[in-house]
Ligand binder design. Structure first.
Ligand SMILES: [Zn+2]
Length: 335
């Protein structure tokens, strides 16, 4: 057990540092990273400093020393995230539901699949926090990995593309599943991943349009649309809608904490979508079945449309409010 714990912590630490290096690489030439060139003489940092450096950086040309803490923070946070997530998934069975019963091997494959997802999310969160950039190549790679993994395995979904609880057979395990889902695993994996991608992207695209129409300018970037496409491709359409539905709450809580403690404000929405997706993955069992019973909503078309319309409206209004709220100075909130 201590061996597994150490391995998880260590691999998370390394993943977090690589994510920071990748974010620096993406944002090269942008001064906000402080890791790609010397603060004083603008000489480029070495490859070792970019991918391995922890804290103190020293310029090889002029000898200037400066400190960059965010790569260390990234390493520590990802180490914790990976360890806690692995425990939630395997120890607490946080995604175990009656409808989805993958073969044991596939159940174990879920962890690496989701770790790839968490790693790519970290890269995009870092670039978004540092410079409001969500890099297209990271997103494209993520979508490819998500769709390919889902199709090849055919058994990585945390919920099937469609589950009809009205047709539940009492006494049997779970509801009726269409024959094609049982007989064509790979096709179902492909449909599941693509479905999540399309629903996630469309939803944010609509929110962007609606909030733009209310505010006169979109409260979300086009990067948020592609980010949600990647999130949807990894988690499926029902969890994607749940993540979008809780994102405003995440944004208000986190935005307020950051605003009051540091006086800074993150107008980027991407990190909140990412955090919400991780929350949904970590609590899926309780969202889908008891106590939240979202399964009843997601097997009934009128309920789905109602939920979607409600979330769209709430998100657009909250985003508008959040924008105005974040634009006011921190001092007026502290008083
Ligand atoms: Zn220098």
């Amino acid at each position: 057990m201590p061996m597994i714990l150490m391995t998880l912590l260590f691999s998370g630490f390394v993943l977090g540092r690589i994510a920071a290096g990748w974010a620096t690489h993406v944002l090269t030439g942008n001064s906000s990273t402080k890791l790609d060139r010397c603060e004083r003489c603008q000489a480029p940092c070495s490859i070792r400093q970019r991918w391995l450096g922890m804290g103190a950086v020293r310029c090889k040309v002029c000898g200037t020393r400066w400190t960059v803490r965010w790569p260390v923070v990234s390493s520590l946070l990802v180490a914790m995230l990976v360890t806690v997530y692995a425990w939630l998934l395997t120890g607490l069975d946080c995604q175990k539901i009656a409808e989805v019963q993958p073969a044991t091997a596939m159940h174990l494959l879920r962890l690496p699949y989701h770790l790839v997802f968490l790693f790519l999310l970290t890269v995009t969160v870092l670039t978004d926090l540092l410079d409001y950039v969500i890099p297209d190549n990271v997103i494209m790679l993520g979508i490819f990995a998500a769709v390919a993994g889902a199709t090849v395995s055919g058994d990585l979904q945390i919920i099937h593309v469609w589950v009809n609880w009205d047709a539940q057979v009492p006494g049997l395990h779970g509801p009726y599943l269409p024959e094609w889902m049982k007989n064509h695993h790979h096709l179902h994996g492909l449909a599941w991943s693509l479905g999540g991608m399309i629903v996630g992207a469309t939803f944010i695209w609509l929110v962007r349009g609606i909030s733009g129409w209310i505010l006169g300018q979109p409260a979300m970037g086009s990067g948020d649309v592609t980010l949600m496409a990647m999130i949807g491709a990894f988690i499926g359409w029902q969890p994607a809608i749940c993540a979008i539905a809780i994102a405003p709450v995440t944004a208000i809580v986190a935005g307020l904490v950051v605003r009051v403690t540091s006086g800074r404000s993150f107008v980027a929405f991407g990190p909140y979508l990412a955090v919400s997706a991780v929350i949904v993955l970590s609590t899926w069992r309780w969202i889908w079945a008891e106590p939240l019973l979202m399964r009843d909503v997601f097997s009934h078309w009128p309920s789905i449309l109602g939920l979607a319309a409600g979330s769209l409206a709430a998100l657009a209004v909250l985003l508008g409010g959040l924008r105005i709220f974040l634009a006011t100075p921190a001092e007026s909130i502290r008083r």
